[in-house]
Design a binder for this molecule. Structure first.
Ligand SMILES: NC(=O)c1ccc[n+]([C@@H]2O[C@H](COP(=O)([O-])OP(=O)(O)OC[C@H]3O[C@@H](n4cnc5c(N)ncnc54)[C@H](O)[C@@H]3O)[C@@H](O)[C@H]2O)c1
Length: 323
């Protein structure tokens, strides 16, 4: 399906900048949108765009600074650029900050998603691929988490907005037949990882000899997924969603690791002993995540290839030069 115009939202962010790079390399032209949300520094996002342009050249990439909550501006952009498909990754991400700002999260995640769907419908877009999250599983008791599990009990405003997006996406597909993929990403890591996420934060702290705050007893676990594997899953979903109508797919690494083990591995990669300060579990944090990837393996040919050790090495090699 290469060779078309694709609108990528959240293009200045971690996953969006990598995805745009990959789509340009296979011959797509990208219209990228971002509003440089203040959730983390604009400088970091502008650097992502510079890296993206220097890796791919500027010809196949148009960047537009735009807030997706501005439905009129978005509709004008979609009418002018006529994308064949939209990959909607823009969001306020992050579980803990959502507790202090549920309204901001509802606007950036739910209202913006409804605007993306509406403008896509009005201007002939053929398919939508959107970011959901493993956080919709809440404290699901059964592991690994499968797409058919009931996910009616999110435990943070962020997770509730992602579940809401899955619902409005289902409704939109039901009413319009526009093929729509919802991708549940499991904690993504690698170069350009958001600075608020554990691996990125811990690498900086271990390197500078500052203490890491470990919430809980270290037994919580996450199914970390390397960025290149996520990008491969998003591209496969974009290419195959037309056969499915509305479909949810887990994109995980399938190898959960405990928090205390992760910290030890980061110490090895950085080459310094981590200093750990223990605190209680944080509200909104889930105990564990673990993706059942059977459906994405069968239907997308998804097969995560980068191990946690390999990925940590690559992330540190990238970060070390930027400290
Ligand atoms: N990184 C992960 O581990 C992870 C896990 C699960 C789900 N996700 C989801 O994947 C997507 C991408 O995550 P990321 O880690 O790259 O986050 P990110 O914060 O790096 O990227 C998101 C981008 O969206 C932009 N944005 C936010 N609100 C916007 C608005 N109203 N209009 C235009 N742009 C807006 C931000 O400025 C940012 O650059 C998000 O939807 C996130 O919820 C990420």
């Amino acid at each position: 399906m290469a060779g078309s115009v694709v609108l990528v939202t959240g293009v200045a962010g971690f996953i969006g900048s990598h995805l745009a790079e990959s789509l340009i390399r296979r011959g797509d032209r990208i219209v990228g949108v971002d509003n440089f949300d203040s959730f983390y520094s604009r400088d970091i996002k502008e650097r992502n765009l510079v890296d993206l342009k220097s890796a791919t050249g500027a010809d196949a990439f148009e960047f537009v600074e735009l807030d997706l909550c501005d439905a009129g501006a978005l509709a004008e952009l979609v009418a002018r650029t006529k994308p064949e498909g939209v990959v909607h990754l823009a969001a306020k991400a992050g579980v803990r900050p959502s507790i202090a700002d549920p309204t901001g999260y509802a606007m950036a995640n739910v209202v913006a998603t409804a605007n993306v769907q509406q403008s896509a419908l009005e201007h002939g877009v053929k398919r939508l691929v959107m970011a959901s999250s493993s956080s919709v599983y809440g404290n699901n008791e059964r592991v690994p988490f499968t797409e058919d599990d009931i996910v009616d009990r999110p435990i943070s405003p962020y997770a509730a907005t992602k579940k809401s997006c899955e619902l409005i996406a289902h409704t939109h597909w039901h009413l319009t037949n526009m093929p729509t993929a919802m991708l549940r990403f499991f904690t993504v890591f690698g170069p350009r990882q958001r600075p608020d996420l554990a691996i990125s934060k811990f690498m900086r702290l271990v390197n500078s000899g500052e203490p890491i705050t470990m919430f809980g007893d270290g037994s919580t676990s996450r199914d970390y997924t390397y960025i290149d594997d996520i990008v491969a899953g998003v591209v496969a979903a974009y290419d195959r969603i037309d056969e499915h109508g509305y479909r949810i797919w887990n994109l995980g690494g399938d190898h959960p690791i405990r928090l205390d083990e992760l910290i030890a591995k980061i110490g090895e990669v950085v080459g310094k002993e981590p200093v750990i300060v223990r605190e209680g579990m944080q509200p909104g944090d889930v105990d564990r995540t673990w993706a059942d990837i059977t459906r994405s393996e069968e239907e997308l040919g998804y097969s995560p290839e980068v191990s946690i050790e390999e990925g940590l090495g690559r992330q540190w090699a990238w970060l070390r030069d930027r400290l």
